[in-house]
Design a protein around this ligand. Structure first.
Ligand code: SAH
Ligand code: SF4
Length: 345
């Protein structure tokens, strides 16, 4: 008989408990195993000393551990760190650790490349090769917590890929890192960012727990949005905002819109006015993002003074909004600068 080894990091606690009980073990063993993996960071069943010998043997025969190899590691002047990890099949992914005054945040990758192909984003330069499995996303967080020996308190799903094009694995990942016996990352400290896949925003609203949702809007009308995000041809602004309204109604949570300020594209006062009209009455927050240059593209970020005027205009028109500089720009670790191949290739 061929035994198929299953990856232990791909298990939600409930799934693990079901398998344990089916095989004659106790439900609470699931919790013990989770604690060994995610709290004590022991990656060897033999060392899980509070489990019976029989259970340890069963686990060794049926489950294995996968690992991420650190292929390179860069540290930015502002404390941000970028990890290039090698997956077991040899593919490379990038993950970023950011240090904030409120704790450490990890920005995870969900796909190898991205098919959405936004015209300003380095991740979209490479067509999607495949989705990441849930355990490959879990390991990005676990590995960084293990290497740095620091607690990861926040996770942003904003690395390479469109998480809602890999919906099930992303949701499974969130369940695993959220578990109190595991990494215990609070749902309110997890943010998923989407380019606006409307049916998935609806699905997410139904099951959202307390996880934060951010939508990459980047424009105040369909003309501009379609010119920089071709996904807008499938899900135009009206539908995206409609699904955002539903999300807010269903979850009672505030939604975030991301808006990159691109010189000569979407940064006029008239755009700020159009944007505030669009978002009127919606419990939302606009995160104005400075464009991080990508050498393949000709875009230029909006000048600081003009960005401030845009920001002030939104505030004056009653839209909650922030404008800040991103971290990690000097090591190409800022949003939109990640790519799934070797650094700077
Ligand atoms: N695919 C998802 C999540 C990953 S991108 C999404 O698009 O939302 C995370 C954020 O980085 C998005 O808001 C994206 O629009 C933004 N981004 C992409 N390229 C960027 C760049 N060059 N400068 C600044 N932000 C960028
Ligand atoms: Fe993909 Fe998001 Fe980049 Fe667009 S911005 S190409 S959706 S990763």
């Amino acid at each position: 008989m061929v035994i198929i080894m299953r990856n232990i990091f791909d298990y939600k606690i409930k799934e693990l408990q079901v398998e344990l009980v089916e095989n004659g073990y106790k439900k609470f063993n699931g919790r013990q195993i989770y604690e060994w993996l995610y709290k004590k960071r022991v990656f060897n069943f033999d060392e899980m000393s509070n489990l019976s010998k029989k259970l340890r043997e069963y686990l060794s025969l049926n489950y294995d551990f996968s690992d991420l190899k650190v292929s390179s590691h860069q540290v930015s002047a502002d404390g941000t760190e970028k990890f290039l990890f090698e997956l077991e099949d040899g593919n490379l992914i990038e993950t970023v650790l950011m240090r904030h005054n409120y704790g450490n945040s990890v920005c995870v990758t969900t796909q190898l490349g991205c098919n959405i192909g936004c015209t300003f984003c380095a991740s979209g330069l490479q067509k999607k090769k495949r989705d990441l499995e849930a355990y490959e996303i879990v390991l990005q967080v676990l590995k960084i917590a293990t290497i740095t020996k620091e607690r990861v308190s926040h996770v942003v799903v904003m690395g390479i890929g469109e998480p809602f094009d890999n919906y099930d694995n992303t949701m499974k990942f969130i369940d695993i890192i959220n578990n109190p016996y595991g990494l215990e990352i609070g749902a309110r400290h997890i943010t998923v960012s989407t380019s606006g896949i409307v049916p998935k925003i609806k699905q997410f609203s139904e099951e959202a727990k307390q996880v934060n949702l951010a939508i990459s809007l980047h424009a105040s009308n369909d003309n501009v949005r379609s010119s920089i995000m071709k996904i807008n041809n499938t899900y135009p602004i009206r539908e995206v905002i409609g699904s955002a309204r539903e999300y807010v109604e269903k979850t009672n949570r505030r939604i975030t819109f991301e808006y990159i300020l691109l010189a000569g594209v979407n940064d006029e006062i008239a755009h700020a006015d159009e944007l505030s009209d669009l978002l009127r009455g919606l419990n939302c927050y606009v995160n104005l993002i400075r464009y991080n240059p990508v050498k393949e593209f000709l875009y230029v970020g909006t000048h600081e003074e003009k960005a401030k005027r845009f920001h002030e205009r939104l505030l004056r028109r009653g839209i909650t909004s922030t404008l800040r500089k991103e971290k990690g720009g000097d090591i190409d670790a800022a949003c939109g600068q990640l790519r799934s191949k070797k650094i700077n290739e």
